[in-house]
Design a protein around this ligand. Structure first.
Ligand code: ZN
Length: 284
């Protein structure tokens, strides 16, 4: 199949998934079911008909507003559909129609929903993180079953025995434990919640889906991105003399970190290794 055709199929799949993600982004933080009732205008309850549900096109054809009551529709609907479509094409270009494409497309979709929900509501729904963990573990089980990946062998102390383990289980335990430790230490140090339960579960889901090295790297990228954005945010608020909340949710930074390492992780590691080899850290 020529790549242009594959890419078109991936793009259409992506926009349809993005359309569903918009439903999740609106309903999950409001504790509404994501399957019932069918899509409707949140303002006037007008039930959307088939042609009003076509990804990207409906938004443009409707002129960004509800056909019945004229309530404006957020740009986020168009943005999430386009973003998910582009994301699926980028994954396809990187992995082809492999197992990785399908598992990362599903996990990445959960991350896109988590990004927008955390940004607005400061929560990461359990449905998304648990779904992510299931995808990571399922990817490994299928990978082992078709002979694409192997079980890890964790050496047991004081014996010659090893414990066979799925890489995803190992990753989720390590990453979840690191974030849990940060949460406990942060609470001791600052006497308030430093890391939410949602962040810990998101870290576990990332650990279940990325090789452990890339998962840890994604957390460093998240902290780096978070510091830059956090400082910029505080300066902006200081300049505008606004008494804004100083809290910037960490979940969206973690999602940004995953996207960076999923596409550029190996290059980042190579660049860092080259930097070390060039004597970057030695004191002369
Ligand atoms: Zn309406």
């Amino acid at each position: 199949m020529p790549f242009a055709l594959s890419a078109a199929i991936a793009f259409i799949y992506g926009t349809v998934v993005g359309s569903f993600l918009n439903v999740c982004i609106w309903r999950m933080p409001r504790d509404e079911s994501i399957v019932r009732p069918p899509s409707h205008c949140p303002n006037c309850d007008h039930k959307l008909s088939g042609w009003e549900l076509v990804p990207l096109f409906s938004f443009l054809l409707l002129g960004r507003k509800c056909r019945k009551c004229g309530e404006p529709i957020s740009w986020r609907y168009f943005g999430v559909e386009l973003l998910t479509g582009v994301f699926f094409v980028a994954l396809l270009a990187r992995y082809g129609w492999q197992l990785e494409f399908f598992s990362l497309a599903l996990f990445g979709s959960a991350l896109i929903a988590a990004f927008f929900i955390d940004l607005e509501h400061w929560i990461i729904p359990d449905q998304l993180t648990i779904f992510g963990i299931i995808i990571g573990v399922a990817h490994d089980i299928i990978g082992v079953a078709i002979g694409q990946s192997k079980l890890m062998k964790i050496p047991l102390p004081f014996t010659d025995a090893t414990l066979p383990m799925l890489e995803s289980i190992f990753g989720l335990v390590i990453c979840g434990a690191i974030f849990y430790a940060i949460a406990v230490l942060g609470e001791l140090a600052f006497k308030k919640e430093a890391m939410g339960g949602g962040d810990i579960k998101l870290a576990a889901a990332i650990g279940a889906n990325l090789p452990i090295g890339l998962a840890l790297l994604s957390f460093f990228v998240a902290v780096a991105v978070g510091s830059v954005i956090g400082i910029a945010w505080m300066i902006t608020m200081r300049v505008m003399r606004k008494d804004a909340k100083s809290y910037v949710p960490f979940g969206p930074m973690m999602v940004a970190g995953v996207i960076v390492v999923a596409f550029f992780g190996p290059q980042l590691i190579d660049a860092y290794m080259a930097y070390l080899r060039s004597g970057g850290l030695t004191i002369k």
